[in-house]
Design a protein around this ligand. Sequence first.
Ligand code: GDP
Length: 426
Amino acid sequence: MVKAVVGANWGDEGKGKITDMLGKESDIIVRFQGGANAGHTIVNDYGKFALHTLPSGVFYGHTTSVIGNGVALDVPKLFGEIKSIVDRGVPMPKILVSERAQMVMSYHKNFDAYEEERLGGKSFGSTKSGIAPFYSDKYSKIGFQVSELFDEEMLREKVVRVAEQKNVLLEHLYHKPLIDPDELYKELMSYKEMVEPYVCDVSLYLYNAIKEGKNILLEGQLGSLKDPDHGIYPMVTSSSTLAAYGAIGAGIPPYEIKQVITVCKAYSSAVGAGAFVSEIFGDEADELRNRGGDGGEYGATTGRPRRVGWFDCVASKYGCRMQGTTDVAFTVLDVLGYLDEIPVCVGYEINGEITKDFPVTHLLEKAKPVFQKLPGWQTDIRGIRKYEDLPENCRNYIEFIEREIGYPITMISNGPGRDDIIYRSR
Ligand code: GDP
């Protein structure tokens, strides 16, 4: 059985924790898109970890962690991450890397930084992990696939071709040092050495695993609103964040994805630029930011403060719909225990009209939030394990949001740990 864990919003919804938790019953955990630009924070018996490339299943001895073909594979980052967890006492994880995954090269990161520099104040707020230049090259068919590392003759020729093309931009647009094809070849060979023991025909491996009835978890990065097609273009990421893409980025049939668990946080947060309708500012925002997540809403990759806001039913309803949600995991609810009233964004006012349907970007920029205030519960709900034991106002908050978004909330996370979860039947 294949399940996907994906985000409904801008990312940082708490997918890492949910994946780690569901990892207990999974044989295989697959990352199918994205790169090292976003992080997952996981708290378990080994400590607190920020993972960027490794799937969140690496902490279990029984799971195999797979880097699918859809991922932007940053080889040195991946191996640095493996080393960092092993150094902290986690047993060496079983890792497979798709032979069809493409690699983020050092020049992708440089181009990412150069472009942000060139755009100045109009930049995208990129994490400079090379993701946009990487995916551009993939679709321009000048990227390097892992399998190509094993055809050295072809590779020798290709590095010259790629350097030639990149150097035009480096010289004339960015005025930066040029790429030396020999250095590029050496970089690729060093990646080969690192990645060789893990290379695998992942789609075939997963095909057999599905036939054997194995439990497979697809782990998404970021959320629906960062999808290049269905998100807040152009303030999006460069690979699809939707569960549907799990089929492509892992190489499995679409009809095998039986459960789509969409993670929604009990309030909103976003990193980078772009419209964020329910955003709040000032002291109200600082308080939520500092109490948020586990130790505050600060980026796992960059440490920069995240933008925060109240729960957005319009964006989340849309985010859940685009994922094809079967279950919602509602996270970080414990954080809201300090409020006596909790505003929830229930509609957008655009050009004098109120809508509950998420619009395209130029209209989104004009949208003003319509807030409804719900009573808070003003207690610490951490440690509660049964839905009935939650305070009434807390249950009302959950049920109100469930009605607004129209998808069943079957899991409620009330703390960062693996066991901080309340299951709820439909
Ligand atoms: P991801 O990218 O979607 O995995 O999200 P993050 O790694 O940014 O997770 C958000 C933060 O919230 C992390 O620091 C988690 O440890 C923390 N977290 C996850 N679930 C909960 C929860 O239910 N309550 C609290 N307080 N923190 C949580």
